[in-house]
Design a binder for this molecule. Structure first.
Ligand code: AMP
Ligand code: FE
Ligand code: FE
Ligand code: ZN
Length: 290
């Protein structure tokens, strides 16, 4: 059977362990997200919003109603050297006090950073961005994508990419030098809550292959459990290469779409290549049989 990304589906259980709702920078509500995942024949889904678990209760309710299995998830912002990296937590206990404290700290940090970004934008002649970004964020904690949307709304830029290129990206006028917690700290939070730590989308950090390998090695040394070997549509040689790097570092392998909004077929729910057979799937660590 085929789906709308033109990929052949087989009888295997389909896991999508990375996606976003409007509780972070995604467009859909958790309920709509679960329905869309179900339509695309996802069997097991993890909602991994940036630094928040606020959407998980609604997602669980929808998953129960629609007969889809939901795994708890979050995508933590972390720091590696001068750059930001993302660590996905999967399968943790929702009532963990350590995790709740960690999320609160992360969001305090996010709020402080938002104020600094707004101050810098004001210096660049763009006023009202904190209130504007907050309004756009709605239920979510303010992130750079909300500032990007505000910049579009006031006509300062014509699209999100331009907002990052002109204002929000590294070295630009509203770039705030900001330190997220290091990987070992975040991995500890996830483990304290009984979860599994996955280094998200290693190819999305703009690193050379050598640097990316160093990052993955550091992640493993910091106690990380798995590498996101598949993140959305990607070329076969990339998947094979990441599978080898995961194995070399004794990491299990995860896969997910990193879905944010409809209309982006390269990161659509359930639409990505299968993990190579050589991988140890992360769901084995989560108590699912292979
Ligand atoms: P934040 O967590 O607030 O730092 O925002 C990071 C998010 O911004 C990422 O997860 C992406 O969704 C988005 N982002 C980062 N860089 C770009 C870019 N150059 N163009 C569009 N979106 C971006
Ligand atoms: Fe995002
Ligand atoms: Fe990410
Ligand atoms: Zn993501």
């Amino acid at each position: 059977m085929g789906n709308d990304c033109g990929h052949l589906l087989d009888d295997l259980v389909k896991f999508d362990l990375h996606c976003h709702s409007h509780f972070s920078d995604g467009a859909l509500s958790p309920e709509m997200l679960v329905a869309r995942a179900k339509e695309r024949e996802v069997d097991v889904l993890a909602l991994t919003d940036h630094d928040t678990i606020a959407g998980l209760v609604l997602a669980q309710k929808a998953a129960d109603e629609q007969g889809l299995k939901l795994i708890t998830g979050i995508e933590f912002s972390s720091q590696w050297g001068k750059g930001g990296v993302h660590i996905v937590g999967l399968g943790f206990k929702l009532d963990s006090t350590e995790l709740h404290a960690a999320i609160a700290a992360q969001n305090d940090a996010r709020s402080g950073r938002a104020e600094q970004i707004a101050a810098r934008l004001a210096k660049a002649g763009i006023t009202g961005s904190l209130e504007g970004a907050q309004l756009i964020a709605g239920d979510a904690f303010v992130g750079r994508p909300h500032f990007a949307q505000y910049l579009i709304n006031v006509g300062a830029v014509s699209n999100i990419n331009a907002a990052f290129k002109k204002y929000l990206g590294a070295g630009k006028s509203a770039d705030v030098k900001f330190q997220w917690p290091v990987m070992a700290t975040i991995i500890e939070w996830i483990h304290a809550a009984g979860g599994v730590a996955v280094l998200a989308h290693p190819c999305k950090y703009d690193l050379t292959r050598t640097k990316m390998c160093a990052l993955i090695k550091d992640f493993a040394a910091a106690g990380g459990d798995a590498l996101e070997v598949v993140s959305g549509m990607q070329a076969h040689p990339v998947t094979e290469d990441l599978a080898r790097i995961a194995a070399a570092n004794n990491l299990a392998a995860s896969c997910g779409s990193d879905f944010h909004l409809p209309g982006q077929p390269w990161q659509e729910l359930g639409c990505f290549p299968k993990l190579p057979d050589s991988c140890r799937p992360v769901w084995e660590l989560l108590g699912f049989a292979a």
